[in-house]
Design a protein around this ligand. Structure first.
Ligand SMILES: NC(=O)c1ccc[n+]([C@@H]2O[C@H](COP(=O)([O-])OP(=O)(O)OC[C@H]3O[C@@H](n4cnc5c(N)ncnc54)[C@H](O)[C@@H]3O)[C@@H](O)[C@H]2O)c1
Length: 224
């Protein structure tokens, strides 16, 4: 639960059908925002919207594959019509491909880059955040752009990563993989969905009104 007030704001979160995105959508809604849940998984996306609505939030599902420009246009138009505008966009959607570099398949690499980089924007995320913030500030768009770097969090993706790195022989078991990350983390544990969601609510709120172009590690100090 957060104390930042987003009453009256309208947010769109990509990849919000499950995992970190669903947690971010829920935290933004708890802070008072109306939320568009955008995802390629329509069934799970609708379930997330139902659960946000049962908690009293204004929420809508919009189908969006972040790799396609045309889908962004229609999803944003749908979200703006449904919510009455958009103040906050969280580019959370991502996929994970776990493989040893020697076995890395070109198609898998292309999917990873197209969703995680191209889907968020057209360059590497950190540099892009700073450039976008500089342009937005200088040109007076009135938009702040920040990013967070999540630590390993046991969502569907986080759990799959632990299972697959163990499967590749890098760790004895998924538990050992997760344990190794926790051990390298100064705060001594893996991330939780709430940790990421609270950081997003903070960056979306007026408490962060002079923060733009920032990359915020939310990783218990692990720094990798
Ligand atoms: N979980 C972690 O440990 C961790 C750590 C660092 C970064 N991240 C990043 O956080 C984000 C969320 O991770 P998560 O753990 O919640 O993953 P997840 O796999 O649990 O959920 C990802 C969501 O994104 C959606 N999605 C996938 N491709 C999409 C596309 N092309 N267009 C729209 N939606 C799409 C999926 O349907 C799913 O609902 C990802 O960008 C991931 O890279 C996660």
């Amino acid at each position: 639960m957060t104390s930042y007030d987003l009453t009256g704001r309208k947010a769109l979160v990509t990849g919000a059908a499950q995992g970190l995105g669903a947690g971010m959508a829920s935290a933004l809604a708890q802070a008072g925002a109306a939320v568009a849940v955008a995802d390629i998984n329509d069934e799970l996306g609708h379930e997330t919207v139902d659960s946000l609505r049962s908690a009293g939030a204004k929420a809508e599902f919009v189908h969006l594959d972040v790799r396609h420009d045309a889908e962004w246009e229609s999803a944003m138009a749908t979200a703006v019509a449904a919510l009455g505008g958009i103040d906050i966009v969280v580019n959370n959607a991502g996929v994970e491909v776990t493989d040893l570099l020697i076995d890395f398949d070109a198609d898998a690499a292309s999917t990873l880059l197209s969703v995680n980089v191209l889907g968020t924007a057209l360059s590497a995320i950190d540099r892009l955040t700073r450039v976008a913030a500089a342009e937005s500030g200088k040109l007076g768009y009135g938009v702040r752009i920040n990013c967070i770097y999540p630590g390993l969090t046991p969502t569907a993706m986080g759990n799959k990563l632990a299972v697959e790195t163990a499967g590749l022989g890098l760790f004895d078991s998924p538990e050992a993989a997760a344990g190794a990350v926790a051990e390298l983390t100064p705060l001594g544990r893996l991330g939780q969905v709430d940790d990421m969601a609270d950081a997003v609510v903070f960056l979306s709120s007026d408490a962060a009104k002079f923060i733009t172009g920032a990359g915020l590690p939310v990783d218990g100090g692990m720094g990798m």
